[in-house]
Write a protein that binds this ligand. Structure first.
Ligand SMILES: [Zn+2]
Length: 114
């Protein structure tokens, strides 16, 4: 494969984000990039599962609970996706409000000085 090297490098960046993501320290913007990549990269997906097993699995074991790895990880990821979606909607709403305000000011100025 011609661009295997490039893909590898990309994966390396994402793999470094995984522990931060699981600790909840990764920004929403970076989480979005990471999840987007995980959805199409099996290698990083496995890396995520291993990391999740190591962090969450140990916690659960200490509490005597079991961990359904795939199910729980999917839950965590869709929760993040939901947060990203909500943030996007909020951003869009704010943009619309911003446009409405500019429009209102323009209309005001036209009537005042026009
Ligand atoms: Zn990858």
């Amino acid at each position: 494969m011609a661009d295997a090297g490039r893909i590898k490098k990309e994966c390396k960046n994402f793999e470094q984000m995984i522990p931060d993501y699981l600790e909840g320290r990764l920004s929403l913007e970076k989480s979005r990039m990471l999840i987007g990549h995980l959805r199409k990269c099996t290698d990083c997906n496995e890396e995520m599962e291993i990391n999740y097993l190591l962090t969450e699995g140990i916690k659960r074991a200490e509490n005597g609970e079991t961990l359904d790895l795939k199910v729980e990880l999917e839950k965590l990821i869709s929760h993040t996706e939901h947060r990203i979606m909500t943030a996007d909607r909020l951003k869009t709403a704010l943009q619309i409000v911003g446009i409405a305000i500019v429009f209102a000011i323009a209309v005001f100025l036209i009537f005042r000085f026009g």
